[in-house]
Design a binder for this molecule. Structure first.
Ligand SMILES: [Ca+2]
Length: 152
């Protein structure tokens, strides 16, 4: 009886956890990037020739929603043109339209480094790794992997 109760509690926790996240089948990891040395107009990222503090934001717009409803972001890599995050970014499924934004974190207002729209396709998932160039992002390296099967 006691064991049955424990199993029931464990199942309830797993169920709640699944409900709390987007039911994506794949995980996208933000690996690293190479950022251009200056803004598009030639200005410094930060005052006194300071380097940017880049982070990656991703969002997916679900059906009929005006704004992205599923979101994820990395931590900020401080003062670098070659950030390495190796951090989980967002969960996706085939057919999702993902918006990726790379930002330079600032005290007052973040500077946009680049923005990109990406459709999640089967081909992309088969490739497993993705290198993108957009805006002042010379290269953004992402990986995409099937999520671990939930415990039964
Ligand atoms: Ca800045």
């Amino acid at each position: 009886m006691r064991n049955l109760l424990l199993v029931t509690i464990a199942a309830a926790i797993v169920f709640t956890g699944m409900n709390a996240t987007h039911a994506g089948d794949y995980e996208i990891t933000a690996k690293s990037a190479i950022i251009a040395p200056a803004k598009a107009g030639g200005a410094d990222w930060d005052p006194f020739k300071g380097k940017p503090d880049p982070f990656v934001w991703a969002g997916i717009k679900l059906k009929a929603a005006p704004e992205p409803t599923v979101k994820g972001e990395t931590v900020v890599a401080k003062d670098t043109l070659m950030p390495e995050w190796n951090a989980q970014l967002i969960e996706v499924s085939v057919g999702d339209e993902m918006i990726i934004k790379v930002w330079d974190k600032d005290l007052a207002q973040n500077d946009i480094i680049g923005e990109y729209k990406l459709e999640i396709t089967k081909k992309l998932i088969e490739d497993g790794e993705l290198k993108l160039a957009f805006g002042q992002v010379k290269e953004l390296k992402l990986t995409i992997k099937a999520k671990a099967a939930p415990a039964k």
